[in-house]
Design a protein around this ligand. Structure first.
Ligand code: TMO
Length: 313
């Protein structure tokens, strides 16, 4: 008899989502946002899913490297986009110290590296090899860079080590850091009119691939340790003498106290997995359609209900 009652109660509990949610703290889940569109929109998408579940959410703008220390300390609760190329080292360092957990990979496969719009290849047909790019360095000269070619790298906090790579591979390029992601898109847009050869930092998934066909420069293949051990990579005396991983991961990470404090939110976070086209679309809603990130997230949730409902139910 008692057994039946217990089973009945358990049955009711699983049928009522709010009964499960009552276990979650009413403190806000703190979601960090950074300086590229897909991450900001994805963070809002996930925040709005949590709000839909009756949870409280707060967004904070943080540095994209320092965030791993913040997650580890529980100052922020999670990170939606751990890109292997840009953040693998900071993520691994935080994992070694403890306090941060790997909540699994998105379906997406990522790449971040030197990139050019296709018209550049007409002027430098040996591309995408980095050696061919280097032989064409003079095509990329500017007043600012003198005899050397100009490479517009990402904002400094993405730590792409462009300058170290130029030195390690003895390239005739000067690395200039963009102030923002928008400066990269402005650079490509400005070069488009007269098909001026340019080489800039870019990544996939991103909206840009649908707007400007292009290719990544092929550097020496990434090998684990290329950023830690000089003997790894073609230059035996230098770090960063490899390209970024060409099939990098995109992970979710969380504070290791999240699962106890917000168990149903954590269970949803474990299930969340975005694909390349979904992430490119999140960026497109902001960078092409010019929606605010919150609106872009609302729009994405409205058109992709079939995707995210299954994570919540
Ligand atoms: C970190 N990012 C995706 C902008 O390369």
């Amino acid at each position: 008899m008692k057994k039946t009652t217990t089973a009945l109660v358990a049955g009711i509990l699983t049928a009522l989502p709010w009964a499960v949610m009552a276990e979650d703290s009413s403190d806000p889940i703190v979601i960090p946002v950074h300086n590229w569109s897909s991450q900001i929109v994805m963070s809002n998408v996930v925040g709005q899913i949590f709000e839909e579940m009756g949870l409280n959410v707060e967004y904070v703008t943080t540095d994209s490297q320092a965030v791993y220390e913040s997650v580890r300390l529980g100052d922020v609760t999670l990170e939606m986009e751990v890109w292997e190329g840009a953040f693998g080292a900071s993520f691994r360092a935080a994992m070694e110290k403890g306090g941060i957990v790997d909540v699994g990979d998105h379906d997406a496969v990522t790449r971040e590296d030197w990139w050019y719009p296709m018209w550049t290849k007409e002027a430098c047909p040996g591309l995408p090899s980095w050696e061919a790019l280097n032989d064409c360095a003079e095509l990329f000269q500017t007043a600012e860079t003198g005899e050397k070619g100009r490479y517009l790298d990402g904002p400094v906090d993405w730590l792409k080590h462009g300058q170290e790579r130029v030195e390690a591979l003895d390239m005739d390029f000067v690395v200039v850091n963009a102030g923002s992601a928008a400066a990269l898109w402005a650079e490509i847009g400005a070069a488009e009119a007269d098909q001026k050869p340019i080489v800039v930092f870019n990544w996939t998934p991103n909206f840009a691939e649908a707007v400007w066909p292009g290719e990544f420069v092929e550097f020496p293949t990434w090998v684990d340790g290329c950023d830690k051990d000089p003997s790894v990579g073609p230059n035996p005396d230098a770090l960063y003498d490899c390209g970024n991983p060409a099939d990098g991961y995109l992970k979710k990470a969380a504070w290791d106290g999240m699962e106890d404090k917000w168990p149903s939110a954590y269970a949803v976070l474990e299930k969340i997995s975005f694909t390349n086209p979904q992430i490119a679309e999140m960026a497109r809603l902001v960078d092409v359609d010019e929606l605010e990130p919150e609106e872009a997230a609302e729009e994405w949730l409205a058109t992709n209900e079939d995707v995210w409902r299954s994570w919540v139910e």
